[in-house]
Design a protein around this ligand. Structure first.
Ligand SMILES: *Cc1c(COP(=O)(O)O)cnc(C)c1O
Length: 341
């Protein structure tokens, strides 16, 4: 076995086909045992529920090489649980959580030569997903489903240093109260595409979505949760039923409390108060935390005092501690690191 001949430092975030993927089919009320296959295409009915009514959910996590040469992934049990919650909300069968984690193991092992080496900054991004596969024309849930896991190597998120980004307050909403904002469904992303293309067109990196009901509270961006830092180093994250519960954000809150001794608070965050925070970051698997330097509210700029030119000190410490735990330099809490090989 030899690592693939890939320029790990320069691959960016794009799809690269790997050797194997895991597929399991749900039919007649049961999942089959599943298998690793080589075919990277999906063949389904032209009337498949996913194609007509967007019945699809997904997850995202990373495998990477630690300093001592192990290939590991980070808290896959939480992805398994979150996918089960997503499935329930879209009337899809749950893929058993232990089998989900086993499928991750199988896929990473079968593509071990695509796991970037330690120190390259690159990782193997893993994408579990599930969709309604049989023909459905009258609106109802599918009766047959496919669960798949593929992986693709991705480059370092921050190439050539981390620059704080500028985001804008969006006039579009991401999620309705009592809607689907709290689950990882493709439909939440379909409707965010126009908002992100529009934001990019106007020179902004991301959208800050406010709560749809009152437009007074901070929710999240299209794909990452917010963390704010107060003047006295308290970590504050918005609480709302329509935010997707980021595993990175939940882990960072634990790191802040248990490793850095910081006070943490999950509560409603009013847009009016964000100027009082001194640092702001966006949390997600891809970047861990990206610093936000400025929020643009229809032309009015709100800067975060300690993080407008470079990543602020508290966000930097949080980021270094979590990546240190992930890479094996710092002892992880029980169960956070899943060793694959
Ligand atoms: C996936 C996702 C996140 C980040 O979650 P992680 O588990 O940290 O990767 C945040 N917001 C939305 C809307 C997402 O889909």
């Amino acid at each position: 076995m030899a690592k693939k001949d890939i320029d790990w430092g320069n691959i960016g975030f794009g799809y690269i086909k790997t050797d194997k993927r895991f597929v399991s089919n749900f039919k007649d009320g049961a999942w089959d045992e599943g298998a690793l296959i080589s075919d990277d295409t999906v063949t389904i009915s032209e009337c498949a529920c996913v194609l007509q009514y967007a019945q699809t959910i997904f997850e995202g996590l990373k495998a990477y090489t630690t300093e001592d040469g192990h290939v590991v992934c980070f808290r896959p049990d939480l992805n398994a649980k979150r996918m089960a919650d997503s499935a329930e909300r879209l009337e899809m069968p749950q893929f058993p959580e232990d089998r989900f984690v086993d499928a991750i193991h199988q896929v990473v092992k079968a593509n071990i030569d695509f796991v970037p080496p330690y120190g390259s900054g690159a990782t193997l991004y893993i994408r579990p997903y599930m969709f309604g596969s049989n023909a459905v024309i009258g609106v109802k849930p599918a009766q047959e489903y496919q669960f798949r896991v593929f992986c693709t190597p991705v480059g370092p998120y921050f190439k050539g240093g981390v620059k704080p980004i500028t985001i804008r307050v969006s006039d579009f909403d991401r999620a309705a109260p009592h809607g689907t904002g709290h689950i990882k469904a493709g439909l939440n992303y379909a409707m965010s595409l126009h908002a992100i293309v529009d934001a990019h067109g106007q020179g902004f990196d991301e959208n800050m979505y406010l709560d749809a009901a009152t437009r007074t509270k901070v929710e999240e961006t299209g794909g990452a949760n917010f963390l704010f830092v107060t003047k006295d180093k308290k970590i504050v994250t918005p609480k709302s039923n329509s935010i997707l519960p980021s595993i990175t954000r939940r882990s960072l809150m634990t790191v802040a409390k248990d490793y850095l001794g910081l006070e943490v608070e999950e509560r409603e965050v009013f847009f009016d108060e964000i100027g009082d925070f001194v640092e702001c970051g966006l949390c997600g698997t891809a970047a861990v935390i990206s610093p936000v330097g400025c929020v643009n509210d229809h032309g009015k700029e709100i800067f975060f005092e300690n993080g407008k030119d470079e990543m602020g000190p508290v966000i930097t410490e949080l980021r270094e501690t979590l990546t240190g735990i992930q890479m094996g330099h710092i002892k992880a809490p029980e169960g956070w690191i899943e060793v694959i090989e």
